[in-house]
Design a protein around this ligand. Structure first.
Ligand code: SAH
Length: 455
């Protein structure tokens, strides 16, 4: 029996999708329901239908899952940030573990005993060290400042976010007060007119240093000294105030040019015992504490004894390879974004690391070039974006024949596809450990050890 739009059904939620929606079956049809919890019995209104699945929304909770908890954020139902604020953290971790297990079994065809339990966050809230708050026109001439609604660019006005450190709320408050006094016009995405685009914040957690950055469609803002004063008086740890110019009509938040109007150009954080300088433009892991655990696992899997050559592909600003450099012979990092490569070189220099070189190239092309140059890495590290690795890269890595491949992935589905491809080239998956880098969201990171089993 087919489902129709606006139909009311009763549904038992049995699990979650990769996006974090609850899912249940109705006459063989999968019905996806946002903010549902596994174990709920619901009255659901069907909103959209297709042949094998449908989307619905909760009309009434008939019987509540034991995993349900009271939602502690008033924006949860509208904001696009969190998907798991209505269930206990244990249940969220279980859902993420299940997602990885399903992908490994279904796509790679492996038995799941190689899967370790997910590394949970000690505190699933207040972990983000970066906030990019869009600024829009609000009612009565006041601004709205907050987050985009789910799948949209409508701004939900809220200063506070439970994923962020409290100091960001203080900074947002100071920014609002400045805007109230200055009445600077805000940018309108639809027309490309107006001035203030985003309020951007970063915290170096280990040192407590805070950077505040106003992104403008122009070169500056009126009344910069008052903005600095308000921020200085309200934001503990403030070390840097920056204006970023973005004159493009684009979704990209930051423009290429930064001007420091008070304090330092960068703030400094510590990760795995190394110092990293962070500017508004540098890539840096948003959950420092969990990233550190992820990198430590990657280092354990790399099994270094001191003389190894490490090839760190998709290296970003070099964090993974650099954190292993002192236990290796040499590190070769490869990254496609020039600015990140520059940062990686600077990070190496500032930490006194002399056995690392960085190439600004496509990972597959670089691997091919390095193979032809006769490099024989003992360990290859892969940390690709969501779409995973090109098959040609997996081919080349297979031919380079490293003893170990350590794969860090933010997408269990493409990871599983790639592990299967590696298996066909003589690499056995020994261990998979999910790490909860982004609590309350649907994302899950994994770190994998593969070992070479064939000549
Ligand atoms: N390993 C880093 C960054 C991982 S994010 C860290 O842990 O911080 C993935 C990185 O891959 C990004 O920096 C992105 O710019 C880079 N990238 C994307 N496509 C690439 C390609 N084809 N070749 C090389 N690097 C690429």
């Amino acid at each position: 029996m087919e489902l129709k739009k606006n139909q009311m059904i009763e549904l038992d939620i049995t699990g979650y999708t990769a996006e974090g929606n609850g899912v249940g079956r109705y006459n063989g049809i999968a019905v996806f329901v946002p903010h549902a919890a596994a174990g709920d019995r619901l009255s659901v209104k069907i909103l959209k239908t297709a042949k094998t699945y449908a989307f619905g929304k909760i009309e009434k909770i008939l019987s509540s899952s034991p995993d349900r908890i009271p939602v502690d954020c008033p924006q949860f139902s509208r904001c696009g940030g969190c998907v798991y604020r209505h269930v206990r953290y244990e249940a969220e971790c279980k859902a993420k573990q299940q997602r990885v297990q399903d992908a490994i079994e279904r796509i790679a065809g492996f038995h799941y005993t190689i899967l370790n339990p997910i590394v949970r966050a000690e505190n699933p809230d207040h972990y983000r060290n970066k906030a990019q708050l869009p600024v829009g026109g609000g009612p009565g001439g006041e601004i709205s400042l907050g987050f985009y609604a789910s799948h949209s660019h409508r701004i939900i006005d809220c200063g506070e976010c439970l994923l962020q450190p409290q100091v960001f709320s203080a900074a947002a408050g100071a920014f609002r007060e400045w805007e109230k006094r200055t009445r600077e016009d805000v940018y309108d995405e639809k027309t490309g007119r107006g001035h203030i685009r985003h309020f951007f914040l970063r915290l170096a957690e280990s040192t407590g240093e805070v950077m505040a950055c106003v992104v403008v469609n122009g070169n500056g803002v009126h009344n910069e000294p008052e903005l600095v004063e308000l921020l200085k008086n309200n934001v503990p740890g403030l070390k840097s105030v920056v204006i970023n110019s973005n004159r493009e009509r684009t979704n990209v938040i930051l423009g290429p040019k930064c001007r420091t109007i008070w304090g330092q150009d960068t703030i400094t954080d510590e990760l795995c015992g190394l110092k990293f300088r962070i500017s508004p433009l540098s890539f840096y892991q948003v959950n420092r504490r969990q990233a550190e655990r992820l990198y430590r696992l990657a280092a354990e899997y790399a099994g270094l004894t001191g003389g190894e050559t490490i090839l760190d592909l998709y290296c970003g600003t070099g964090t993974i390879g650099l954190s292993m450099a002192k236990n290796a012979g040499k590190v070769i990092g490869v990254e496609i974004i020039p600015q990140a490569v520059e940062d990686a070189r600077q990070n190496a220099e500032e930490n006194g690391i002399e056995n690392a070189e960085f190439l600004c190239m496509d990972a597959a092309k670089a691997a091919d070039m390095l193979k032809n140059r006769g490099e024989k890495p003992d360990v290859v590290i892969l940390d690709p974006p969501r779409k995973g690795c090109d098959e040609s890269l997996i081919d080349t890595v297979g031919k380079m024949a490293p003893q170990r491949v350590v794969y860090v992935s933010c997408d269990p589905e493409t990871l599983s596809r790639d592990l299967k491809r590696f298996a066909l080239r003589g690499y056995k998956t020994m261990q998979i450990t999910p790490v909860d880098l982004f609590p309350r969201t649907a994302h899950v990171e994994c770190v994998v050890l593969m070992s070479r089993v064939e000549k």
